[in-house]
Structures are given as structure tokens and as C-alpha cells.
Design a protein around this ligand. Structure first.
Ligand SMILES: Nc1ncnc2c1ncn2[C@@H]1O[C@H](COP(=O)(O)OP(=O)(O)OP(=O)(O)O)[C@@H](O)[C@H]1O
Length: 287
């Protein structure tokens, strides 16, 4: 794989909290989902890739450059679109004025071409008719889309999107999927989510992260395969289950090590994810 983003042995700590612990991943073109529970280290990893935060140790290459080098960092930022978790939108601005302001910061100096680009990205996210409304008057999902619009400015080679689907209704989720599908094929998208549905719907590759460590890196279809033969239904939560929950039919779906003759059910990406993250918790309890 010709990686757009390469992390090797990356660690980051905030005082006593280890946010990332020896993370090594390679991200290529296409859409990669960074999947993990709250506090897993997703935002920290994305901030490092987006050059907003430096690592404590390990090496980072983004678009073939080193974010620690000031000239390289500038070059990366020119080729990067970033939707942070907290968008920091200026609520008194209109959507158009805000995205235009970001476009100025992105060195789009020709006014006419810039305005055209601002209109294009607002149209892409379905906010063309809201362009002149103040951000404070927009709904949460619409604000998220203003954030996405600014990330799309200038058709960046690398898009780093922190929880882009939060606050989107089903129709907007579909639209977001279309936005991703409409990007040039050599674009690299790295997006974070804590929803396996997002990964299944949006991402061809997935990196599962928990407690600051990468637990899985591969094709989304391979995530389901992690749980092949390890999902079964029973009348009770089974002793061999890393995770179990009650189904609408009143039985228990178990994910873990099935007993002989278990009533196996087909595995999906969510089961692979639960097995990876749940089993780690069981190990922790045991140790
Ligand atoms: N600036 C910071 N100062 C102190 N601790 C931090 C800081 N940023 C992150 N952390 C801690 O690092 C860990 C990883 O946080 P991070 O925000 O990267 O996780 P996340 O996977 O994005 O979580 P969420 O899904 O809740 O957004 C957490 O324990 C968090 O409390």
C-alpha cells in the first residue's frame, strides 16, 4: 500500500493519562474508519495526523512529510482538510462568511474563484440554500455540515474528519455517504466514529482502537470475520461470552467462546468489534 499516513510506535500522554500507546498504522487512499469507544484515543490520533498536536515519541509521516518540520507541516496543512471534534464555528457569522473566512486562511486569494469554491462546498453538503443564515440559527446537524464544508475546501488530498456523523439525521447520513463517494478516488479519508454502522456504511478499511492501542487494522469485511463462529444465541448469558445482551426475542446473544453445539448466528462487523474491545476488558479484569 502506498500510505498517505504512516504512524510508527507513536505514543502520547496527557500527564498521567496515556492517550496513545505505541500506535503503528498505515492509511492509504479510500475511506478508513477509526473505530473505538469513548476515550479510546481517536481524537488524539486524528489531531496528530492533522498536525494540531505533536506526539511524545514514535514517527509520523503525512503525505510523505514530517509534521514536526515547520516547512513540511505547512505543506501538509495546504493539502489537508480537517474537521475537528469541536468545530469552533463563529456563531455570529453566516455559513458563507465562515467558510469564506477559512478559505482566506487557506490562501485562496482570488475573490471570485474563492466565492465559487465556497458555494461549491456548501452545495456539496446540502447547505446551498442556508448559506446566508447565521450559524447560531442553524441546527446541530447543519453546523456539523458547515464544518464539513470548510474541510472540503480546495479538494484536499487528505481529509481528517473527527466524528463527522454526529448529529446527522438518517437522510443527512445518506448524503454524507454520497459526499464521500463523490470525492476523487485518490483522496484519503480518515474519519473517527464509535458506531460500527458508520464503518459498515462508509468505510472500506477500519482501524479499531481502544485504550490507546490498535486492536485491528484491515478491510471492513475482515472485521466481521474476527467473530466468525463466535456469535451464538442461548437462553442465558454464557460463561464463555466476552459480551452478551438480550435480543428482542428474549434470548441472549453471546459473543466470545461458544460451547460445543452452540446455536451459532452469522457474524457482522459489530460482533468483531465487540469481541476485540470486550475481550480486552475481560483480560483486564482477569489480570
Ligand atoms: N488535552 C487533554 N488533556 C488531558 N487529557 C486528555 C486530553 N485530550 C485527551 N485526553 C485524554 O486522553 C484519552 C483519549 O482521549 P481522546 O479524546 O483521544 O479519545 P476519543 O477516542 O476521541 O474519545 P471520544 O470518543 O470520547 O471523543 C482520554 O482518557 C482523555 O481523557
Amino acid at each position: 500500500m502506498n500510505a498517505s499516513v504512516e504512524l510508527a510506535g507513536v505514543a502520547k500522554r496527557f500527564r498521567a493519562t496515556v492517550a496513545l500507546h505505541d500506535v503503528s498504522v498505515e492509511i492509504g487512499t479510500g475511506v478508513t474508519g477509526l473505530l473505538g469507544p469513548n476515550g479510546a484515543g481517536k481524537t488524539t490520533l486524528l489531531r496528530i495526523v492533522a498536525t494540531a498536536l505533536g506526539q511524545d515519541s514514535g514517527t509520523v509521516r503525512v503525505l510523505g512529510r514530517d509534521p514536526a518540520d515547520p516547512a513540511d507541516r505547512l505543506e501538509i496543512r495546504r493539502r489537508l482538510g480537517y474537521l475537528p471534534q469541536e468545530s469552533g464555528l463563529y456563531s455570529g457569522f453566516t455559513a458563507f462568511a465562515f467558510v469564506d473566512y477559512v478559505a482566506v486562511l487557506k490562501e485562496m486569494t482570488d475573490r471570485r474563484a474563492r466565492h465559487e469554491e465556497v458555494r461549491r462546498v456548501l452545495d456539496v453538503v446540502g447547505l446551498g440554500d442556508r448559506a446566508h443564515q447565521r450559524i447560531r440559527a442553524l441546527s446541530g446537524g447543519m453546523r456539523r455540515r458547515v464544518g464539513l464544508a470548510q474541510a472540503l475546501l480546495g479538494r484536499p488530498e487528505l481529509l481528517v474528519l473527527d466524528e463527522p456523523t454526529v448529529g446527522l439525521d438518517p437522510e443527512q447520513r445518506l448524503r454524507f455517504r454520497e459526499v464521500l463517494a463523490g470525492l476523487p478516488p485518490d483522496t484519503t479519508v480518515l474519519l473517527s466514529t464509535h458506531l460500527t454502522e458508520d464503518v459498515a456504511a462508509l468505510c472500506s478499511r477500519v482501524v479499531v482502537i481502544d485504550h490507546g492501542s490498535v486492536l485491528f487494522e484491515g478491510w471492513t469485511s475482515e472485521l466481521a470475520a474476527v467473530a466468525d463462529g463466535r456469535v451464538w444465541d442461548a437462553e442465558q448469558p454464557a460463561p464463555g461470552a466476552a459480551v452478551a445482551w438480550r435480543t428482542p426475542e428474549g434470548r441472549y446473544r453471546n459473543v466470545g467462546d461458544p460451547p460445543p453445539g452452540a446455536d451459532l448466528v452469522p457474524a457482522g462487523p459489530e460482533h468483531g468489534y465487540l469481541l476485540l474491545t470486550g475481550s480486552q476488558r475481560v483480560e483486564e479484569v482477569a489480570s
